[in-house]
Design a protein around this ligand. Structure first.
Ligand SMILES: [Fe+2]
Ligand SMILES: [Fe+2]
Length: 170
C-alpha cells in the first residue's frame, strides 16, 4: 500500500488544523514504514503506535475546542465522526498491544482511507466556517477602529449620540 502523504488537496486552509493533519499523516507513514522492516521492530512499532494515538486524540480534541468556541452548528455530527474513528482506532491499538500481527496493517489501511475522506468533507466544511467567522470578526474589528466621528453611535435605547461630546450610557 502506498504511504499516506499530505498534499495541498487535503488543505482546509486553517493553518493550525492543516499543521495537525500534516503531523498525523506523517505519523501514519512512519508507523507503516516501521511495520515493513524485517524483522518487525516491536519496541519501535509500540512507540510509534503510542505517538500516533496521541497525535490523533490531541487533534480531535483541538478541532472540538475550535468548534465549541466558534459555536459551530455541526459540532455534534463532526464529533460523532471523530468518535467512530476513536473507537475503531482504540480497538486496533488494543489488538496491536496483544501482538496481533494483522492489526498494524489494518490500522494503516483504515487511517489511509478515513483521514483523507474526513479531511475532504467534515474538516473542509469546518475550515470554511472558521475562515468566515474569523473574517467577520476582522471586519467588525476594523469598523470598530474607525474614528469615532465616522461611525453612527447608538445608545442602549437606540438613539443616536455623539460619543465625543455626550456622556454615553451603553
Ligand atoms: Fe475532524
Ligand atoms: Fe481533522
Amino acid at each position: 500500500m502506498r504511504s499516506l502523504k499530505w498534499n495541498s488537496s487535503h488543505a482546509v486552509f486553517v493553518t493550525e488544523i492543516d499543521d495537525d493533519h500534516k503531523e498525523i499523516f506523517e505519523a501514519v507513514a512512519q508507523f507503516q514504514a516501521a511495520l515493513s522492516e524485517k524483522p518487525i521492530p516491536i519496541g519501535k512499532v509500540n512507540d510509534l503506535t503510542g505517538h500516533l494515538a496521541v497525535r490523533i486524540e490531541d487533534h480531535f480534541a483541538h478541532e472540538e475546542r475550535l468548534m465549541r468556541a466558534a459555536r459551530y452548528g455541526l459540532l455534534s455530527w463532526h464529533k460523532r465522526c471523530h468518535d467512530a474513528a476513536r473507537k475503531r482506532v482504540a480497538r486496533l491499538i488494543q489488538r496491536i498491544g496483544r501482538g496481533d500481527a494483522e492489526a498494524g496493517p489494518a490500522l494503516v489501511k483504515y487511517l489511509s482511507e478515513w483521514l483523507p475522506n474526513h479531511t475532504r468533507l467534515p474538516d473542509k466544511m469546518l475550515g470554511a466556517f472558521l475562515r468566515n467567522k474569523r473574517r467577520t470578526a476582522k471586519i467588525v474589528f476594523t469598523v470598530a477602529t474607525k474614528a469615532a466621528d465616522s461611525c453612527t453611535w447608538l445608545n442602549s435605547r437606540g438613539e443616536r449620540f455623539d460619543p465625543t461630546s455626550t456622556a454615553s450610557d451603553f
